[in-house]
Design a binder for this molecule. Structure first.
Ligand SMILES: [Zn+2]
Length: 110
């Protein structure tokens, strides 16, 4: 390849031009340019915590910001799921207990 600054032919793997000393590769551009916090993946992780967790594990080295979105969404989704599960369990237990009391109480009265 050729140096963008002076036009000298340089090695393809060269980081700095040996003639003019200007950096050849843009370091920032080469490191996962499409990595950014992503609301869509956070929502996906919220509704499907397992998917969010998998995406987090797959991306956390290559796309740390995108992975963080997935992980955060998955964590919130998981917590909400657990709380909803507990509330459902309490509700079902209450309804079941109430129903049992309704059928048992009159029998005890007799
Ligand atoms: Zn140069």
């Amino acid at each position: 390849m050729f140096c963008k600054n002076c036009g000298e032919q340089i090695d393809d793997n060269a980081v700095v031009c040996p003639k003019c000393g200007v950096a050849v590769k843009e370091v920032a551009a080469t490191t996962a340019s499409d990595d950014a916090p992503n609301m869509g993946f956070a929502v996906l992780g919220f509704f499907f915590p397992i998917v969010g967790l998998i995406l987090y594990l797959v991306w956390h080295t290559e796309y740390p910001l995108k992975a963080k979105s997935c992980g955060k969404g998955a964590l919130i989704g998981f917590c909400v799921g657990v709380v909803a599960g507990i509330l459902m369990g309490i509700m079902v237990t209450c309804i079941a207990t109430a129903a049992t009391m309704d059928t048992v109480a009159p029998l005890l009265m007799l």
